[in-house]
Design a protein around this ligand. Structure first.
Ligand SMILES: [Ca+2]
Ligand SMILES: [Ca+2]
Ligand SMILES: [Ca+2]
Ligand SMILES: [Ca+2]
Length: 414
């Protein structure tokens, strides 16, 4: 490996003409070109390690300030450096897969700040701007942002979802001035982790038909559109000021202290909420599970829901629809609401209370009681205010019922 230095100013392209070498544009050197790239790798050259410590400026619609052609090359942009492609197509353009940009300075493109024709990675500690900030043509790319990536008329980050990962670290800002901040397209699965700020005038994140996983421990300001696919939105440690639209298929929401507004339409799949705080299902979410061991409450919506308590003392309300309710461990209060509900009890069920048991309409299901003979073995007795069912591992106080009211056929199910 040879180290090649460029220490003086150039008014023509600086060309990488050998593979596997390190090319350094030193701190006070400046390259300025018109109609041709400022820095570029010649055809067939690969594995170049390009370090830009000075400034590069290129102008001309189709060109780039810095471009390289083949796999496994990388560009490092120093803290004091300015790669100015504002009057060109891109600040940095990468052709081929496995390419890498590490930016500590300022990279600007007219159309795209950092442009990958295939897949690669961008690690940004400085600022990247363009009409689109960072764009990759293929999936499988990675962006890790500690600085600012800003889009103008288009996205801050755009590309294919499949196999891609975007991590916005603490202190990092992703924003678009006029468009959706992150736009991922196509099928497959990919992830966005936000520990910083994602800000948007029109929408923060949109993905297409694929399965996106969004983990937010920072702040998202703007709507999130997860569209088709089995998507996940985890907001347990973050905050969110827009609305999350789940779109079609089965979506999963992790809910924490900070409230999230969720929109699911009728017939948009079987959707799950898992919550560490008391939570009421938004319309058209189907399942709610309480997490942790705190004494928190779960409330369903007007349709059939699956409602699962945690190990604390929970109040669980099904509301309308035929709900399936399981309090789990702890002393739970269970309220089925209208229509026929099923109350499910398992081992270590604690002492639960069914507040509104409707004889012949609601059903009790106890793990291990799978036939009439098992039912006959249950201890059912009259106590003050209702009936007490004792089973292996717990007790159920059924308010307003008498022991004689219970029959295997009408009140139990397996
Ligand atoms: Ca979806
Ligand atoms: Ca649904
Ligand atoms: Ca319900
Ligand atoms: Ca419980």
């Amino acid at each position: 490996m040879t180290i090649r230095l460029q220490k003086t100013n150039l008014a023509s392209s600086w060309e990488m003409t050998t593979s596997n070498d390190t090319w350094i544009l030193t701190k006070n050197a400046r390259i300025e070109t018109s109609g041709m790239p400022g820095v570029y790798e010649a055809n067939g050259i690969e594995n170049s390690n390009i370090r830009i410590l000075g400034d590069v400026k290129a102008s001309g619609g189709g060109t780039y300030a810095v471009s390289f052609h083949d796999d496994s090359s990388s560009v490092y942009v120093g803290k004091a450096s300015h790669i100015d492609g504002r009057a060109a197509f891109a600040g940095v353009a990468m052709n081929g897969g496995g390419t890498e940009v590490v930016n500590h300075g300022l990279v600007q493109g007219g159309t795209i700040g950092v442009y990958g024709t295939a897949w690669g990675s961008v690690e940004n500690h400085g600022t990247i701007t363009g009409d689109t900030g960072v764009y990759f043509g293929d999936g499988g790319f990675e962006v890790v942002n500690h600085g600012l990536i800003r889009g103008g008329d288009y996205n801050a980050i755009g590309g294919e979802l499949a196999g891609s990962s975007i991590i916005n670290e603490k202190g990092g800002v992703l924003r678009s001035l006029h468009e959706i901040t992150i736009e991922l397209t196509g099928a497959g699965a990919g992830t966005i982790e936000n520990h910083g700020l994602i800000k948007a005038p029109s929408g923060a994140i949109i993905d297409g038909i694929g399965d996106i996983e969004i983990i937010n421990t920072g702040r998202i300001s703007g709507n999130v559109y997860m569209s088709d696919g089995n998507d996940t939105f985890d907001n347990r440690k973050g905050s969110m000021s827009g609305t999350v639209f789940g779109g079609d298929d089965g979506d999963t929401y992790y809910i924490g202290k900070s409230p999230v507004k969720i929109v699911e339409a009728v017939s948009e799949g079987y959707d799950y909420a898992l919550s560490t705080v008391s939570y009421k299902l938004t319309a058209n979410l189907e399942s709610l599970q309480l997490l942790g061991k705190k004494d928190i409450d779960a409330t369903g919506e007007q349709n059939a829901n699956r409602l699962i308590g945690n190990s604390g003392d929970n109040v669980i309300r099904g509301l309308g629809g035929s709900d399936y309710i399981a309090g789990g461990a702890g002393r739970d209060a269970l309220i089925g609401g209208s229509e026929g509900d099923t109350f499910h009890f398992a081992e270590k069920g604690g002492r639960d209370t069914i507040i509104d048991f409707e004889d012949h309409i609601d059903k009790i299901r106890i793990d291990g009681v799978i036939s009439q003979s098992g039912f006959d073995d249950l201890e059912i007795s009259d106590v003050k205010g209702g009936a007490l069912i004792e089973y292996q591992g717990g007790e159920i106080f059924v308010k307003g019922m008498h022991a004689a009211d219970f029959s295997w056929m009408d009140d139990f199910t397996i």
